[in-house]
Design a protein around this ligand. Structure first.
Ligand code: SAH
Length: 362
């Protein structure tokens, strides 16, 4: 259970848990359903706004519980419409969320941890280290805050929302909280964002990939590769020393065997100029995936640069060549368009950056 000043955060409870909570304080079950809808469907962040609850109950709730533990510290608007939210937890740790408008629907990129314990050399978040894992309520509230900011409190989202767990942190090192948040957000009486609309990305925590393979209502899976050999991957993503490519790809193959119609499974490959982007690397990657009988599509992500990182993005022609080599070997490869680079909102740029020259706060 999540506490703030010893108060329980109701945003992190499932509808069933919320019903038990109100029954424990002597209220009828329907009050639990009412509060759940107020938090997740109407997206209210305080009990005082729930004017359909008796005043005495609202006061009681204010004493024992909370509806919100995150505060927005700053917001940044990119020239491409992307919004980055820099939030703070009750214990003053940074949480970042990115809203990305797209042609057909919107995507919200949420964080699973404040900071990150992995030491990927191309990612700015690594420089924060792990501050702590986020609670289910803190994961859900990021989505509530982003939707309210963009559409207005409680206003229906006209184009539907996809979620990606690709913000700060390693989601699979916070697996239980992540999965609980996914279940809460799927509730038709709440946000109603079904797991099918959610993608979580892992740097390769093998036991949790295997666990996800056994879960029926699960989010889509993406695996960050970044290198086709253990030597290079050890260097770029030190987690590879714990779970090297053979183990990771064996787990991926078993996962692939459990895929159901409509589920998406992808690999991500950040393109670092002169480091992992040669024709030879492309051939090695294709051979590696072939050897493990893996057919998932490969998303190529041009590196998003940041001052303290020692890399440059691969030139567009290099990315295209890499892509065509993968395609010639039978793989589906896509180049991901960077979004929100100007406001430090792109992949690997979330590091609580506040004062950057020309950053447009809104
Ligand atoms: N820890 C998880 C989720 C966060 S990273 C994971 O590793 O998958 C989300 C994606 O951003 C990963 O695929 C990662 O490889 C990519 N990424 C990290 N830093 C980047 C950068 N500077 N430029 C482009 N992509 C980056």
């Amino acid at each position: 259970m999540i506490e703030m000043d010893r108060r329980i955060n109701l945003t992190g409870l499932s509808q069933a848990e919320l019903i038990s909570f109100v029954e424990e304080i002597g209220e009828p079950a329907y009050r639990g359903r009412q509060i759940f809808a107020a938090l997740h469907h109407r997206r209210l962040q305080s009990f005082d706004e729930m004017t359909d609850l008796p005043k005495a109950l609202r006061e009681r709730l204010n004493e024992t519980a909370t509806a919100s533990t995150l505060t927005v510290e700053s917001r940044y608007l990119s020239e491409d419409g992307t919004r980055r939210f820099l939030m703070k937890t009750y214990d003053n740790l940074p949480v970042e969320t990115v809203f990305i408008p797209e042609e057909h629907r919107d995507t919200i990129c949420f964080s699973s941890q404040s900071g990150c314990p992995l030491q990927c050399t191309f990612c700015l978040t690594a420089q924060l280290g792990l501050l702590r894992s986020l609670t289910p309520g803190e994961i859900v509230e990021q989505i509530v805050i982003a939707l309210n900011d963009v559409y207005g409190v409680g206003v229906a989202t006209p184009r539907g929302t996809n979620l990606v767990g690709m913000g700060a942190g390693e989601p699979f090192l916070n697996f239980d909280s992540l999965m609980k948040a996914v279940r809460i957000m799927a509730d038709p009486q709440g946000l109603f964002i079904v797991p099918h609309r959610v993608t979580v990305s892992t740097a390769g925590v093998v036991p949790r990939i295997r666990e996800l393979a056994t879960i029926p209502d699960r989010p889509n899976l993406a695996i960050s590769l970044a290198a086709p050999t253990n030597d290079l991957r050890d260097e770029l993503m030190p987690i590879n020393r714990k779970w090297p490519l053979e183990e990771l790809l064996a787990a991926c193959k078993d996962f692939q065997a459990t895929l159901k119609a409509g589920e998406r499974f992808t690999f991500e490959y950040v393109m670092l100029d002169g480091v992992n982007d040669s024709d030879e690397h492309a051939r090695q990657l294709a051979n590696l995936l072939n050897r493990h009988d893996l057919h998932a599509r490969v998303n190529l992500i041009p590196h998003n640069p940041a001052d303290p990182l020692p890399y440059q993005p691969s030139p567009a022609t290099r990315v295209e060549m890499f892509k065509s080599i993968l395609e010639s070997k039978g793989f589906r490869a896509f180049v991901r368009r960077p979004r929100g680079r100007d406001i430090f909102a792109a992949c690997g740029q979330l590091a609580a950056v506040r004062q950057h020259v020309g950053l447009r706060a809104i």
